[in-house]
Design a protein around this ligand. Structure first.
Ligand code: ATP
Length: 195
């Protein structure tokens, strides 16, 4: 079964695009959502995080101490790499488990990941799709969606690989300026992937 990785910078609209694929019956693995879930459910990962960052990484009730972890990794690339080295393989394992639940006869699946290229997970996909949108539109969309400041969005954008670099790595592109233009682009790729 064909595995298609789909990515895009923050606010580019990759989740919106994936919802359209889902409406066509295509299963989507949301890597970032799953990564958050397994931070508390994958005991091997929990043990790894505690070993790397201390028991304070989790509350007594077993919830992730987001504030504590964020404060360690936010401005320290080495610590962030350490966390990613634990989370990415665990997410790959979760993806393999999820693949076993995909109904037989499914023509292809999508794997949505913000860090598809950065994490190396694109190598496990057959093809990749990059969703792009102008930076000013992305900032406005995220400011509205997350109720955050322009500076907060800009600082998150600056931490990701630029679209220019990702453009050189992706096989297909979706330009997400307006909703009307989005659906025909998705349908075109869908028919291509069905072939
Ligand atoms: P993130 O990386 O932060 O998860 P994302 O790339 O998955 O972002 P979405 O959540 O799909 O992006 O879109 C960001 C916001 O912009 C959402 O509130 C979404 O509803 C809105 N949006 C996306 N595409 C469009 C569009 N074409 N027209 C209007 N609003 C849009």
């Amino acid at each position: 079964m064909l595995k298609i990785g789909i990515t895009g910078g923050i606010g580019s609209g990759k989740t919106t695009v994936c919802r359209i694929f889902e409406s066509l019956g295509i299963p989507v693995f949301y890597a970032d959502t799953v990564a958050k879930q397994i931070m508390v459910t994958d005991m091997l990962l929990v043990a790894g995080v505690k070993a790397a960052f201390g028991d304070e990484s989790y509350t007594i009730e077993g919830k992730l101490n987001n504030k504590y972890i964020a404060q360690i990794v936010f401005n320290d690339q080495q610590e962030l790499d350490k966390l990613n080295a634990l989370v990415h393989p665990a997410t790959f394992r979760a993806f393999e488990r999820w693949m076993n639940t995909v109904p037989a006869g499914t023509p292809y699946i999508l794997k949505e990941a913000a860090l598809l290229f950065e994490s190396g997970s694109y190598r496990l996909c057959d093809k990749s799709v990059l969703v792009t949108a102008p930076v000013d539109i992305r900032i406005a969309r995220v400011m509205e969606r997350d109720e955050v400041s322009r500076e907060q969005v800009a600082s998150r954008i600056n931490k990701q690989l630029s679209d220019e670099i990702k453009k050189g790595m992706a096989d297909y592109f979706i330009e997400n300026k307006e909703t009307a233009a989005l659906i025909p682009q998705v349908l075109k790729l869908h028919h291509q992937f069905l072939k």
